[in-house]
Ligand binder design. Structure first.
Ligand code: PLP
Length: 401
């Protein structure tokens, strides 16, 4: 019989969101009249806006014409890659440095094949789970205990360091996963902090995998929306990004990665050439319909739609954060990101999760699920219909604490 991949057995039991789903179902079964509202997950709820949607429809229509038909296109439509370079990077990258994908999470999973099981990994703690779980599946991390996985260096991001890690902790020659605006904390790193990150990566021989999936939520013009706003980042940083949250494409699936040609391994080989090889080998490109939608989302009309959709969720975030603050709960985030990170010092975040579910019938996400330094915090997500967010906030104001 076939032996199970031993790396799978290294995964800590239960991915965070299935565990939350299980607890929600148990609560619903025991309280059949409860109208549960979720402020827990990062799934989008609002419809795709008309201009972007028309792009998707046109993309589908074209496929039944001889002139419009297209098949495989491994790295993505050249027009879309050019547009991404122009809109997000001021044309800094050539199209062969931009790879279109079926989403940022999928790219993060595949990126691990570049570095293999021997890679040293450093992550912000707390962090979006796929950086850690993907590293475990790739064999680069093992042996879970309460303090985390062996093979992973956790870089605590807490109130004490203003949610930016102590870069002295980053091991030499490691892959640093870094997310800004951050999921789950909602913190956004400023120019000075990201400059320090890039300089640390270069001096320690590291590669940064910079996850900018929430960059379109940034409203403060002084905050960098991409790592490539920082000098010399193209020597050490790969960036992943996505249409999921800004354009409502969580179900459509479209993202991209930027792998600058200047990044080299220690042996001088090109990381870009390997990524090209990997995407062509185990991935056959994103849907051409999704890419047509992506092109529409990035023209003048589409960018206005991205602004209005992200404004909507930021409006939700403002309502949630002000409700919590009126209850005396300290928070960060929600101003340049769709997540609010609420402080419950001295409490177990799963207990707070349970208390909010029991008293208010609201699902949140316990901070400890994102890493050891998330203990004592709870994440509120601003992805929801406005009426649900308002109702959830009424319940919090009336029934919590
Ligand atoms: N990166 C971060 C930080 C996320 O929070 C998410 C989704 O919640 C993703 C990536 C997933 O992006 P995609 O839908 O493009 O796979």
């Amino acid at each position: 019989m076939i032996r199970r991949n031993p790396f799978i057995a290294n995964l800590k039991a239960g991915y965070l969101f299935p565990e939350i789903g299980k607890r929600r179902r148990e609560f619903a079964a025991a309280n059949p009249d409860a109208k549960i509202i979720s402020l827990g997950v990062g799934n989008t709820t609002e419809p795709i806006l008309p201009h972007t949607n028309a792009g998707l429809v046109e993309g589908a229509k074209k496929l039944c014409t001889i002139e419009g038909y297209s098949g495989y296109q491994d790295e993505g439509l050249p027009k879309l890659r050019e547009k991404i370079s122009e809109v997000f990077y001021k044309g800094k990258f050539s199209i062969d440095e931009i790879f279109i994908s079926d989403g940022a999470k999928c790219d993060i999973g595949r990126l691990q094949t570049l570095f293999g099981a021997a890679a040293k990994i450093a992550v912000q703690d707390p962090s979006y789970p796929v950086y850690v779980d993907g590293s475990v599946l790739a064999g680069a991390a093992t042996g879970w205990d309460k303090t985390g996985y062996a093979g992973i260096t956790y870089l605590p991001c807490t109130e004490d360091n203003n949610f930016f890690p102590n870069l002295d902790l980053v091991p030499r020659d490691s892959i640093i996963y870094f997310c800004s605006p951050n999921n789950p904390t909602g913190a956004v790193s400023d120019r000075k902090q990201l400059t320090a990150l890039v300089e640390a990566a270069i001096s320690k021989g590291c590669i940064i995998v910079f996850d900018a999936a929430y960059s379109e939520f940034i409203r403060d013009p002084s905050l960098p929306k991409t790592i490539y706003e920082i000098d010399r980042a193209d020597l050490c940083a790969i960036e992943v990004n996505s249409f999921s949250k800004p354009a409502g494409f969580t179900g459509v699936r479209l993202g991209w990665s930027v792998v600058p040609k200047a990044i080299k391994y220690c042996g001088g080989e090109s990381v870009n050439a390997d990524w090209n090889r990997i995407t062509g080998t185990i991935f056959n490109g994103a849907s051409n319909i999704a890419q047509a939608g992506g092109l529409a989302a990035l023209d003048e009309e589409g960018l206005k739609e991205i602004r209005s959709l992200t404004d909507f969720y930021l409006g939700n975030a403002k309502i949630i954060r002000s409700t919590l603050e009126k209850l005396g709960i300290k928070c960060i985030g929600g101003d340049n990101s769709p997540y609010i990170w609420a402080f419950f010092p001295g409490k177990d975040s799963w207990d707070v999760f349970a208390e909010i579910l029991e008293k208010c019938h609201i699902v949140t996400t316990p901070g400890a699920g994102f890493g050891p330094a998330g203990q004592g915090y709870v994440r509120f997500s601003a992805f929801g219909h406005r009426a649900d967010v308002e109702e959830a906030c009424r319940r919090l104001a009336a029934g919590f604490i």
